[in-house]
Ligand binder design. Structure first.
Ligand SMILES: [Zn+2]
Length: 167
């Protein structure tokens, strides 16, 4: 698969038992839908290493406002699925395969969102509530419950990836 922003080949890596694909062109990450399903919070380690690694590739010249095609279904344009103006986070999701693309910037913002390990459960709850109640959040096709579950899983992945230094 190629990076939807830079067209560079995505590099597969394994974090905590799940396979991710990272872009060495822009520092973005691709999550396959079924990989998100596999994840449970207790299985996670190594996140900080990944974030540090991706930071090296952050490319400020990349236009993050450009709509993206799915790296897997290359003729499908991804949706800005979860958007929160409060948290300033935009996440692209493929309507076909359910995969998720995160830009390097999003990772940084999510890092700021979860500053405290102790407060994780509350922060996650607030994040999910905010995203679900935000008028900008677009709920297409899939049901509400499924979307909430997905946001929770994603926030688990992200939090785990970002939280190693905060223990
Ligand atoms: Zn897709």
């Amino acid at each position: 698969m190629k990076c939807p922003r830079t067209r560079k080949l995505l590099k597969p890596i394994k974090v905590a038992g799940i396979d991710l694909d990272i872009s060495e062109g822009c520092g973005g990450i691709w999550f396959d839908n079924f990989e998100l399903d596999k994840l449970n919070q207790s299985s996670i380690a190594m996140g900080e290493v990944l974030i540090e690694h991706l930071r090296e590739y952050h490319n400020p010249l990349v236009d993050v406002n450009k709509r993206l095609n799915c790296p897997r279904d290359t003729d499908v344009i991804m949706m800005r699925r979860f958007y929160s103006s409060k948290f300033q986070i935009e996440i692209d999701e493929c309507p076909q395969c359910g995969g998720i693309w995160l830009d390097a910037e999003e990772l940084e913002k999510i890092r700021e969102l979860f500053p405290d390990h102790e407060d994780y459960q509350n922060t996650q709850k607030r994040f999910v509530e905010e995203v679900m109640s935000s008028p900008e959040t677009k709920i297409h096709q899939k049901g509400h419950e499924e979307l909430i579950e997905k946001i929770k899983r994603l926030s688990n992945v992200l939090y785990s990836m970002l939280s190693i230094n905060n223990k």
